[in-house]
Design a binder for this molecule. Structure first.
Ligand code: FE2
Length: 211
């Protein structure tokens, strides 16, 4: 995953050389950034499957991480990657529509996992099926969409998209919003809007546990 922390000028001011706080790592292109996201989610899935049957706390934490990672990832693909693919790559339109539907299903599953008690008999099954859906989606993107992007977009354009994806991830909501629009212009509302929705939902939950 891309980690950009400070402009190069800040790094050059350090007498001892750039620290980990000021070093500017090489920019990632869009494909490298999204593949890094995919690997991180896969790591969480594997950790979940290895967790003991009664490791409820760890499993809850892992699922919370999955919800945040996958929610941000879906938002930035929908805002930046898919519109670019539809307008700049030859014939990916139908594929992108399928990807949007796959995101939609996963968002509902993530939504149901928010706050679900890990002791609930449906918890494990819900995570397993969600992971199967994500793996299927990742295979399609990596085997079909990414090679098209790599062959039809310039290196410069892929780096621009990588930068845009990276920036958008910093403010994207870590919650799924399955009812929200997933295509421009509807999904280009400021993140502050979904943040307000998240806070309102949390408030209702705190007043009415289980809602
Ligand atoms: Fe995706």
């Amino acid at each position: 995953m891309a980690i950009r922390t400070a402009p190069a000028s800040a790094a050059t001011k350090s007498v001892k050389g750039p620290s980990s706080r000021t070093r500017k790592p090489a920019a990632l292109d869009a494909i490298a950034l999204l593949k890094a996201d995919h690997r991180e989610v896969e790591r969480l899935f594997k950790a979940f499957s290895k967790a003991g049957t009664t490791a409820y706390k760890s499993k809850r934490k892992l699922v919370d991480r999955m919800i945040a990672e996958l929610s941000r990832h879906a938002v930035v693909e929908e805002r930046i990657l898919y519109p670019a693919a539809r307008s700049e790559v030859r014939s990916p339109a139908d594929d992108v529509l399928e990807y949007l539907e796959e995101h939609h299903v996963v968002k509902w599953q993530l939504q149901e996992l928010i706050g679900l008690d890990p002791r609930d008999e449906r918890f494990e099954a819900k995570v397993t099926v969600m992971a199967e859906n994500v793996r299927h989606h990742v295979r399609e993107e990596e085997n079909e969409l990414f090679p098209l992007l790599r062959s039809q977009l310039t290196r410069k354009r892929l780096l621009e998209l990588g930068e845009a994806l990276h920036d958008a991830k910093r403010t994207a909501s870590p919650r799924p919003h399955p009812r929200a629009s997933d295509e421009p212009p509807g999904n280009l509302l400021p993140d502050s809007v979904s943040g307000v929705v998240d806070k309102a939902r949390d408030l209702v939950k705190s007043v009415r546990p289980g809602s």
